[in-house]
Ligand binder design. Structure first.
Ligand code: TRP
Length: 336
């Protein structure tokens, strides 16, 4: 066995209830690949969600749903560490300690807060209207998530890059004050959008465009959704261009090279209507998603076991968290 320790990656997952195939290929699958090269850690950021979700039923359901989704997609809780943020009290201790090393000015410059301020001023409201302290200090809690687990790399989209820079800033301040490497400085693994999955209307698949194909719906509904894909008015007999058809673009994610070639030929030859192309797309999408859906349904049917999986992950996570906090407390003089 190699004695070289693997680098640590950490992925934070915001609980949202509506996983679609855009998230699946754009975020979940690439993040699961990390487990091959890193000592990978994944957690459900449930306290972050509390800033915006105040309905307990909704929050509970989203937490279970997102955790089940990652497990169904192939996350192996024996191989990696998978836990809920709220199960690790050290996150909040570290968050409080980091506050002493984070200027208020830094938080004023955070994109999400600045956007809220700008929206308020445009409306003529008080600049802080509707801004809770959870939103304002979001980057500190996120820095605690990251730093607590000695993360080397945090794979995130561009929109989260500033948060990683802020985490670096806080960890560096701590190390500078105590003149030792108390906390590890994390790096951002910026994921350029590997895959922009087209939605039903051809724009990027996104909940805000209302053009998504959800993953965990019954087969019938999946088929219905695929039948809603927008097409041009070309008739059955006309030759069609695969490159400009979102049916074909979606097909590429689910079909083998031979299947892609075969469908492209049928497009170019003419004689195949859009309805038939959609049927072919449904067939391959359903082929890939039905085992994932079955696994998801089985996990969701047993929430106790799901909680137990997450709790076993938290048990693996807590000693790592405690060690980081011990180091920091000792350096700061809050040890005993
Ligand atoms: N802010 C991240 C998002 O919106 C979620 C998140 C919370 C996170 N804590 C994290 C991501 C720590 C990476 C590391 O998607």
């Amino acid at each position: 066995m190699s004695t070289v320790a693997k680098k640590i990656s950490l992925t934070g997952i915001k609980p949202t209830g509506d996983i679609h195939i855009g998230n699946y290929f754009g975020a979940i699958k690439p993040a699961l690949e990390l487990a091959k090269t890193y000592d990978a850690r994944y957690f459900v950021a449930d306290y972050h969600a509390l800033n915006s979700v105040k309905d307990p039923k909704e929050l509970r359901a989203s937490i279970h749903s997102v955790a089940a989704c990652w497990l169904a997609a192939g996350l192996d809780p024996e191989e990696v560490i998978f836990y809920r943020q709220s199960s690790i009290p050290e996150v909040f201790e570290l968050s409080t300690m980091l506050m002493a090393f984070c200027s208020k000015g830094l938080m004023n410059r955070a994109h999400a807060y600045k956007a809220a301020v700008q929206e308020n001023s445009e409306k003529g409201d008080d600049i802080d209207a509707g801004v809770n302290m959870g939103l304002f200090t979001y980057p500190i809690l996120m820095a605690a998530d990251i730093i607590l687990f000695d993360s080397d790399v945090v794979p995130v989209g561009r929109d989260q890059a500033q948060h990683i820079e802020m985490a670096q800033d806080m960890a560096q301040s701590v190390n500078a004050v105590y003149k030792e490497q108390v906390l590890k400085i994390p790096q951002a693994g910026i994921q350029e959008e590997v895959a922009v999955i087209p939605g039903l209307d051809g724009r990027k698949m996104s909940k805000s465009y209302n053009n998504v194909i959800p993953i965990f719906v019954p087969e019938k509904e999946l088929r219905k959704t695929i039948m809603r894909i927008v097409t041009n008015s070309q008739g059955v007999e006309e030759a069609k261009d695969p490159q400009t058809s979102q049916i074909y673009q979606l097909y590429r994610y689910f079909a083998s090279a031979e299947e892609q070639e075969a469908l492209a030929s049928r497009y170019r030859a003419g004689g195949m209507g859009w309805g038939e192309a959609k049927e072919e797309l449904f067939r391959v999408v359903n082929r890939e998603l039905s085992p994932v859906r079955e696994k998801y349904d089985a996990i969701m049917a047993n929430p106790k076991e799901l909680d137990a999986i997450l709790e076993r992950g938290a048990e693996k996570a807590r000693p790592i968290a405690a060690a980081t906090l011990r180091r920091f407390r000792k350096a700061a003089g809050i040890d005993r």
